[in-house]
Design a protein around this ligand. Structure first.
Ligand code: FDP
Length: 312
């Protein structure tokens, strides 16, 4: 549903938005369970001890590292939904069969960028949703993707294949609509480059030089979710974590990180490539597969592909 200008979109909460879009009831349930789980994750991030797994807190209780805790919170809610067949989490890196009759399967990174929590930078949760019991398939088969960004504000972005919608958590810890149908401009003026530049291939180096030459500004936090969110919500620019000397597949994980973000970016009119082909077309060989990524405004991604085709 496209809302008429002049209406008050901030009144619309996530469940109502899904209902208005006539989403499948079970899919609505999954998305709402994840939204509920994120309340506990944000609470853990904001108030939890910054201990490492296996140590004790002030009260002598054993602590869980935040990423382990976030994984447990999400897994519990997903299982509780009753409609999940299979889950694969970046934290455990194994496929867990939950319910033979479940309608959906989930890939997730419960707390991406967890190494940034101690320096108080933004982190996030990334989710990919497939119909059926198979998580090891091309990203283009996904039926929905979402992420939650735990920053100064907590925001949730989702797509079920008909546009990208942004919500913010209010004082009651409910998500209310900020904007519908987020759109990417064809070219951008910000860039967010991961990895070490002295390990870039000649093609990537030339691409970066071309961005600098056109006056693009560097905008990089080191957290995949906030860095992607910046490009998406500004509606322009490019994030990349390229192939590096000694790391031909880059760093980021196809199933847990790249496919959901590629799905969302394409839904917003942007593009996502490994430098040679669409991220969503890559046939995964394992759940821990990594891939280089260039994601954002279409023309910027096409330019990266052009430099890589020519110079490697
Ligand atoms: P982190 O290792 O802190 O969890 O995929 C994880 C990730 O962070 C991304 O959030 C981020 O974009 C990337 O790794 C940063 O990688 P480098 O450590 O190579 O900078």
């Amino acid at each position: 549903m496209v809302r008429e200008p002049g209406t008050t979109p901030f009144q619309v909460d996530l469940r109502r938005h899904l209902r208005e879009h006539e989403e499948d009831r079970d899919l609505t349930r999954v998305i709402c369970e994840i939204a509920t789980a994120s309340r506990y994750v944000i609470n853990a991030i904001r108030t939890g001890d910054l201990g490492v797994a296996g140590t004790s807190n002030l009260y002598g209780e054993e602590q869980l590292a935040l990423d382990v805790l976030s994984d447990r919170i999400l897994r519990k809610r997903l299982i509780h939904s009753g409609v999940i067949s299979t889950i694969a989490s970046e934290e455990t890196d194994e496929i867990i069969n939950v319910n033979l009759n479940g309608k959906y399967s989930i890939t997730y990174d419960p707390l991406d960028g967890s190494s940034l929590v101690d320096v108080n930078l933004a982190v996030g949760t990334i989710i990919g949703i497939y119909r059926g019991d198979n998580v090891l398939q091309r990203g283009r088969n996904m039926v929905a993707a979402m992420y939650i960004l735990y920053g100064p504000r907590c925001t949730l972005v989702y797509s079920t294949g008909s546009g990208v919608h942004e919500f913010a958590m209010n004082s009651l810890m409910e998500y209310t609509l900020i904007q519908e149908h987020v759109k990417m401009q064809p070219a951008g003026t910000i860039y967010s480059p991961g990895g070490q530049r002295n390990k870039y291939s000649p093609g990537v180096e030339k691409f970066i030089s071309s961005l600098e030459a056109k006056g693009s500004k560097l905008r990089y936090s080191g957290g995949f979710v906030p860095d992607i969110n910046q490009v998406l919500i500004k509606g322009q620019g490019i994030f990349m974590y390229p192939h590096l000397e000694g790391a031909p597949n880059g760093k980021l994980r196809l199933l847990y990180e790249l496919n959901p973000m590629a799905f969302i970016m394409e839904q917003a009119g942007g593009a996502a490539s490994n430098g040679r082909e669409r991220i969503l077309d890559i046939e995964p060989e394992g759940i821990d597969q990594r891939s280089p990524v260039f994601i954002g405004s279409k023309e910027d991604v096409a330019m990266a592909e052009k430099f890589i085709a020519e110079f490697g």
